[in-house]
Design a binder for this molecule. Structure first.
Ligand code: NAD
Length: 331
């Protein structure tokens, strides 16, 4: 085994328990930034998402797949949400696994635990948007949401940009100390605010499971960059649709943004056109200028695409093989 590639007759297995040791936030950021660029230049495509209610254990199960011809990565993430796992089995409710295939032959190459990977690739997406769209002099990071993903989002944002302070609001205020602990661990003060208090933020990350807007257009100051990360399903909504009409809207993938992302509401109500939403890969590639002025509000609608999972899984497998940490089995 060398060069991080499995020979044609072997399958590399990287279990969930190893991901934390193998995937740095920087590696996740680099993989996601690269694949967003490949998507915008037409070198990588996501396949239609399958999501089904199993009628068993109240579970939602599905596949997110794609092919990155530029990176030579083909595969899918299979999994979903089993709401009774924690209480009945002591397992987390979100469960997923990534499978990678050799695009030349179709043989299966790797099987990678997908739970931590999902949190890290989601945090990487908002960080990529902060790098490319936030004002360079942004000082105050605002958080809307304080659940499982919020902590990953906060850590990644603080590693991406030099903020001075974190402020936060959550629908369930009792969850905010968990977020404060992450800020303090990263050496920054944390202040709980009400929603209008988010006007003090230069960058705002929203990461809730809400089905009605919390953050209104009036709660956001000119020049702010928003990364809206929680809305990944039809019907979910974190921010007022009028805010998208005031902002320059960017996304991971336009087709998802306007159907299951935050932009679904502004498009459905005729406040913005689907054509006005720009894939962030165009900014990374330099074919779109991105932020044009210090007063502009930029909004990244991060819906989560399969290619993010595959890009990060591929990086994990390469590292695991190079370090001799993958279990390699003949096939
Ligand atoms: P979680 O259950 O741990 O946290 C949910 C958060 O939403 C908490 O902060 C909670 O207080 C808040 N919330 C709940 N009801 C609310 C309401 N009515 N109004 C406002 N806030 C409310 O969930 P999580 O794992 O942190 O995931 C958060 C969201 O991110 C989910 O919607 C999930 O589907 C989504 N997600 C998106 C991606 C992506 O790629 N974009 C990836 C993973 C998860």
């Amino acid at each position: 085994m060398d060069g991080g590639k499995t020979p044609a007759h072997e399958l590399a297995i990287v279990p969930e328990g190893m991901i934390a040791d193998l995937l740095t936030r920087q590696a996740s950021f680099d993989a996601v930034e690269k694949v967003f660029a490949a998507m915008a230049s037409g070198d990588a495509v996501n396949f239609p998402v399958v999501r089904e209610a199993l009628g068993h254990e109240d579970a939602l199960y599905g596949f997110k797949g794609g092919f990155d011809a530029a990176g030579g990565v083909l595969g899918l993430k299979a999994g979903g949400y089993w709401p009774h796992n924690l209480e009945r089995r002591g397992l987390i409710n979100h469960q997923s696994t990534v499978f990678l295939f050799d695009p030349d032959s179709g043989r299966v190459k790797a099987m990678v635990g997908g739970n931590l990977l999902t949190a890290l690739r989601t945090a990487a997406a908002s960080s990529v948007s902060i790098k490319h769209l936030a004002r360079k002099d942004a000082k105050v990071l605002g958080m809307v949401g304080a659940g499982h993903q919020a902590k990953f989002q906060l850590r990644a944002a603080l590693e991406t940009h030099a903020f001075d302070e974190v402020i936060g609001w959550n629908y369930h205020p009792e969850m905010l100390p968990g977020l404060a602990a992450v800020a303090e661990e990263m050496g920054l003060p944390f202040r709980a605010v009400d929603l209008p208090g988010l006007r003090a933020a230069d960058v705002i990350i929203t990461i809730t499971s809400s089905f009605a807007p919390s953050l209104l257009a009036d709660h956001v100051s000119p020049g702010t960059h928003l990364a809206c990360m929680g809305t990944d399903t039809k019907g979910k909504q974190e921010v007022e649709a009028a805010l998208l009409a005031r902002a320059s809207v960017f996304c991971d993938e336009v087709a998802q943004s306007v159907t299951i992302g935050e932009a679904q509401h502004a498009v459905a109500s005729g406040l913005i056109d689907a054509d006005s939403v720009t894939p962030i890969g165009a900014v990374i590639n330099g074919t779109h200028k991105g932020r044009q002025s210090a007063d502009e509000i930029t909004l990244f609608d991060g819906t989560g695409v399969g290619l993010q999972d595959l890009a990060v899984a591929d990086a994990i497998v390469t590292t695991a093989l190079a370090r001799g940490m993958a279990t390699v089995v003949p096939i």
